[in-house]
Design a protein around this ligand. Structure first.
Ligand code: HEC
Length: 364
């Protein structure tokens, strides 16, 4: 085919009303993409960060080698989102029942003033240290084989009980009849996790029955080939993206194909969003491969994700400016300026303060 546009059917040949509909469609896809970014922030980004980093992507999709899902979630940075791809560590601290009350009581026990920020911080640090023992005990139990026999009385390694103060005992840690320190892993999981993760608790967390030893063991404690996002989640997310977004990117690509730009540009950019999306989703799965390949694919996700956004943005903007005459283009420029203005205002009044709040809430 020659690159002559004289008799080629072009988007700008459409009647005005049809072009307006196409323009509004493209604009709404653009806005939709922004709301997808907001979702991405809440699903995967660390507190205070706008979007997830390549390392966050590796953590979510690849996990940590040789580590089961449960262990990964309790050692993961507390500022990652509180979900299966991020971290459950806050279940021992800020998301544990009565956390602030416990910090206040700790302050009293240490003769600190909880109303003084410094006193609060010291009391919180002391309490965090105790909660750390619970995490260490679960990890030691997992590394010792996570057997049902020791689920309620697990002999603690010296590194843990050596840190206990004089005359210490709790629901979780006590001496058995042989005067040895043991940890009740079942009590820790019951107190810290089962209050959200058992049948009838409500919400998505209730689908995960951590009160059943078999579920705990088989689904979350066996270090699978990948301790990344559970397969069920990955499969769901993949099919939603492939079916839903393919439709969308297919349309934006098709519309772009009928613009008046040179053949080469159209040939590359029109299918580009669809192609990078396929590569992006392939990387989600390939990130499950063992080191060092898996983490490389994990890091690539941040790049391919960005390319999808850039490609979609390019298709939308180029198409919009190809459809209308001078007056229409001026309206478009006006709309773009307005959008930038709205975004600026949103950033100053909502987004910025929200990120700041996330940082403070995470104690950063
Ligand atoms: C305050 C409620 C709450 C507490 C407490 C809690 N979780 Fe979660 N957990 C959640 C939510 C919400 C999700 C995300 C569920 C979803 O999106 O499907 C989740 C997800 C998970 C997942 C991912 C499961 C999957 O298949 O996707 C695991 C594993 C998990 N939590 C383990 C734990 C452990 C271990 C503890 C205790 C240390 C704990 N959780 C404490 C609310 C909680």
């Amino acid at each position: 085919m020659s690159n002559d546009d004289h008799d080629r059917w072009l988007l700008c040949h459409l009647p005005l009303v049809a072009r307006v509909v196409v323009a509004v469609f493209l604009i709404s896809v653009g806005i939709g993409y922004f709301s997808a970014l907001v979702q991405l922030h809440f699903q995967h980004a660390k507190a205070g960060e706008v979007l997830p980093s390549p390392e966050d992507a590796v953590h979510a999709y690849h996990g940590v080698d040789g580590m089961s899902v449960l262990e990964r979630l309790i050692v993961a940075d507390e500022t990652l989102p509180f979900n299966g791809a991020g971290s459950m560590r806050a279940a021992f601290t800020t998301r544990s029942a009565g956390w602030r009350r416990y910090v206040r009581n700790k302050a009293k026990a240490l003769n600190l003033d909880p109303s003084d920020p410094d006193g609060w911080r010291q009391a919180e640090a002391a309490l965090r240290k105790e909660r750390e023992w619970e995490i260490d005990a679960i990890r030691a139990w997992i590394h010792a084989g996570a057997s049902k026999d020791t689920y309620s009385e697990f002999p603690l390694p010296k590194e843990i009980y050596g840190q206990f103060p004089e005359s210490f005992s709790s629901d979780f840690f006590f001496k058995n009849d042989k005067d040895e320190w043991v940890g009740s892993i079942i009590n820790i999981i019951d107190t810290r996790c089962v209050r959200c993760h058992s049948e009838g608790k409500g919400g998505a967390a209730a689908e995960i029955h951590l009160d059943k030893f078999e579920v705990l063991k088989e689904d979350y404690l066996i270090p699978a080939s990948s301790g990344g996002m559970p397969l069920r989640k990955l499969a769901q997310s993949s099919h939603v993206h492939l079916l839903g977004f393919s439709m969308l990117y297919g349309l934006t690509g098709l519309v772009f194909a009928f613009t008046s730009y040179p053949l080469l540009l159209r040939l590359i950019l029109a299918p580009f969003t669809l192609i990078v999306q396929i590569i992006d989703i392939s990387c989600w799965w390939l990130a499950r491969l063992p080191e060092p390949t898996g983490p490389l694919f994990g890091k690539t996700i941040a790049l391919t994700g960005m390319l999808v956004g850039a490609s979609l943005g390019g298709q939308i903007l180029l198409t919009l400016f190809d459809m209308f005459g001078k007056k229409g283009k001026m309206v478009l420029v006006g709309l773009l300026v307005l959008a930038a203005l709205i975004f600026g205002i949103l950033y100053v009044t909502v987004i910025g303060p929200h990120l700041e709040w996330e940082r403070t809430a995470a104690g950063l």
